[in-house]
Design a protein around this ligand. Structure first.
Ligand SMILES: Cc1cc2nc3c(=O)[nH]c(=O)nc-3n(C[C@H](O)[C@H](O)[C@H](O)COP(=O)(O)OP(=O)(O)OC[C@H]3O[C@@H](n4cnc5c(N)ncnc54)[C@H](O)[C@@H]3O)c2cc1C
Length: 411
């Protein structure tokens, strides 16, 4: 049987996985990439260490308008297949509390073994060619780049979204998907910092502290996370903020009111905090308010709490009216930040939104609009939380798309 000619647009994680799986099935594969090298984003992942998947892999860690596709995709190619895939390529993996990295702690290890596999399989990689259009014709698909034309039997769109465009994903994939009739759910930045309203941010910039952040949309609770919160001169950052950020971005896009309530001392309930502070007043009550809380909170936070609660800095704590003290403690547990925006796509690690998953066959990643067209990776309307889930989505969908494109599964 004549082997199929397959073109993969985009040489990122999903495109490389697709090219490898298609070539392993015997297809002739070309990857078209507009950057000067493939896999640029992979090199930036996990702070240069590449958190490529997570031991706790489950559909509940993925978001999107319709996430039913995720379970089927992970059943087909999930954590264990990913682990096996990289181990077979020669990578020893390291498990850090469920987060999986190459033992070298170098993202370049992952890109290197992928490139070696592409070479072994004789996948042709065309660099510095921007795909401007793709359409179906009688012989399959015609792809037009800024440098030439290509023809193929099956086409895989793996262009990524539009987060961190400096690494290649400039949003052009949405235009290509639309050319085939796909609908795009609104695309917003995710895994991104949040901008807050308030003139206290400059004063507390640089503080890192363990906290719980809870996101409310029009006063309704939506999501929460606990971890190291970072305060910046414009708002809030850190892993727990990243985890809730896609809901903030979506809510703001829909013109909803978004608040984040910070609990600066999640290890104690409100009652425990009051009891503890009342006891502390008995032994340290003669201290000035600004000194009394040293040992409980970062110094910059103490100043912010006192200012916001309107409590003088130099009055001994035992002279502060009980109600005032209670008001300040309430602030420590429920510090409300009005969210005005997110940082932009350039600072975001991923996008929320993208090609609607209801238009994709979850078993093959084939488009339900166009037979022979497959879509993989972040271009789809699925975003994972921090922790290796987004790369997992890229490997899984890429692998499935490549395999099925090569086999020629049809609608
Ligand atoms: C700083 C940073 C750190 C991250 N860390 C992690 C992490 O540790 N773990 C994790 O799971 N996820 C992480 N992510 C997210 C993860 O990297 C992405 O979700 C994943 O790489 C998406 O893969 P993709 O193949 O779908 O898209 P991309 O990796 O964006 O690849 C798309 C490719 O297509 C090319 N392309 C686009 N349009 C065209 C066109 N028209 N013509 C030709 N080529 C085109 C682009 O140049 C690019 O190479 C991180 C992201 C960032 C930005």
């Amino acid at each position: 049987m004549k082997s199929r000619n397959i073109i993969v647009i985009g040489g990122g994680a999903s495109g490389i996985a697709a090219a490898i799986s298609a070539a392993r099935e015997g297809a002739n594969v070309i990857v078209i990439e507009h950057k000067d090298r493939i896999g640029k984003k992979i090199l930036s992942t996990g702070n240069g260490r590449c958190n490529l998947t997570n031991e706790n892999m489950d559909a509940r860690y993925f978001r999107g308008d319709d996430t039913t596709i995720v379970t089927e995709v992970l059943n087909e190619f999930g954590y264990s297949q990913t682990k096996q895939f990289f181990e077979q390529l020669g990578v020893i993996l390291k498990n850090r509390q469920g987060y999986i990295y190459p033992i070298s702690d170098q993202a370049s290890t992952i890109l290197d073994v992928l490139r070696m596999e592409l070479d072994r399989l004789k996948v042709k990689v065309c660099l510095e060619q921007h795909v401007v259009s793709a359409k179906k014709n009688t012989k399959g698909f015609q792809i037009i780049t800024d440098k030439g034309r290509y023809q193929c039997d099956a086409l895989i769109l793996a262009t990524g979204g539009k987060a961190s465009s400096v690494l290649g994903s400039d949003g052009s994939g949405y235009v290509l998907a639309k050319q085939f009739g796909h609908q795009i759910s609104p695309v917003v930045p995710a895994l991104v910092q949040l901008k807050g309203k308030g003139n206290y941010f400059k004063q507390v910039a640089g503080v890192r502290t363990h906290a719980k952040v809870s996101l409310y949309e029009n006063e309704t609770f939506i999501s929460e996370d606990t971890g190291e919160l970072q305060l910046t001169n414009y708002g809030i950052s850190g892993i727990p903020v990243f985890q809730i950020s896609r809901y903030a971005a979506k809510g703001l896009y829909e013109k909803k009111k978004i608040n984040v309530v910070i609990d600066f001392i999640p290890s104690m309930t409100e009652d425990e905090l009051y009891t503890y502070v009342n006891e502390r007043v008995k032994t340290h009550g003669e201290k000035k308010t600004e000194d009394f809380f040293v040992g409980m909170f970062h110094k910059k936070l103490i100043s912010m709490f006192l200012k916001e609660a309107n409590i003088p800095f130099s009055t001994p704590v035992h002279m502060i009216p009980h109600e005032d003290l209670k008001r300040m403690l309430c602030l420590c547990k429920h510090f409300t930040v009005v969210i005005e925006g997110t940082n932009d796509f350039e600072q975001a690690q991923v996008c929320a939104g993208g090609v609607r998953t209801t238009e994709i066959n979850p078993k093959t990643m084939e488009s339900l609009h166009e037979s022979g067209l497959y879509i993989a990776g972040e271009l789809l309307d699925i975003d994972g939380i921090c922790g290796g889930y987004n790369l997992q989505w890229a490997w899984s969908t890429g692998f499935i798309a490549g395999e099925n494109a090569a086999k020629g599964s049809n609608l």
